[in-house]
Design a protein. Sequence first.
Length: 258
Amino acid sequence: MRSTFGSSTLVRLLGEWTPAVAEPSGPDVAERLSLWVDAFAAIRLQSAHQAIASVRAAATARRRKPGAASLAEDVERVRSVLVRAIAQEPGPVIETAHTPADLRRLARAAARPEEAAADASYAPWRQRHLELQRQMELMIPPLREHLRQALAQGSARMRKLATLDAAMEQVLAAREHKLLARITERMERRFAQLRAAQLQALQESGQHDDPAGWRQPGGWLARFAGEWRQLLAAELELRLQPAIGLVEALGNELNEQQ
């Protein structure tokens, strides 16, 4: 069950790059998921279950049927915007001077940019990752709500699915946000791991460190940048899965009706 539950690309990549200590055998997936649902969430799910059970077949009045193709295009537009954002390079971290010591440090960095460049820092990557996560959180939930509204115009099955999806999002969103926010910590460990491996290799070979080569093919920072974007792409797909599932469910129903 653990292998199946952790089969997403995001979990697989994190496991390869920053393996966690193996946990002893515990509850299965259903039991673990139940730990995410407190009493208030259980009440909301019960209400959603009652709402789903009360959905009846469409009345005789004509209903506007949603089109799976147009909804899939909506998903693709959101994905394209976020994919382009992921491809951008992280910018420098804007530092604020709070003390005279901060002012002196920033002045030295401005006067000797080559020394500042040699100080590898994860800060720009963390800041950019958090910005991208905020963009995902601003764009994907409204997309999901748009899809639910479209499905609510369809058959009784689609209306039930829309109601269930809304309830599950409400119950699991906070937990999902908390877990995904920890990804930056895992990638900081990967950043330090690659940097340490590069320094060890230089020490063994007797070569000097050259910041100009970090981003060259084969450089440790170029490798990290590739892994960082690969991970963000996997996170994006994970966040989009519910929306994609709604569109696929609608498409399957429309195919059955043909």
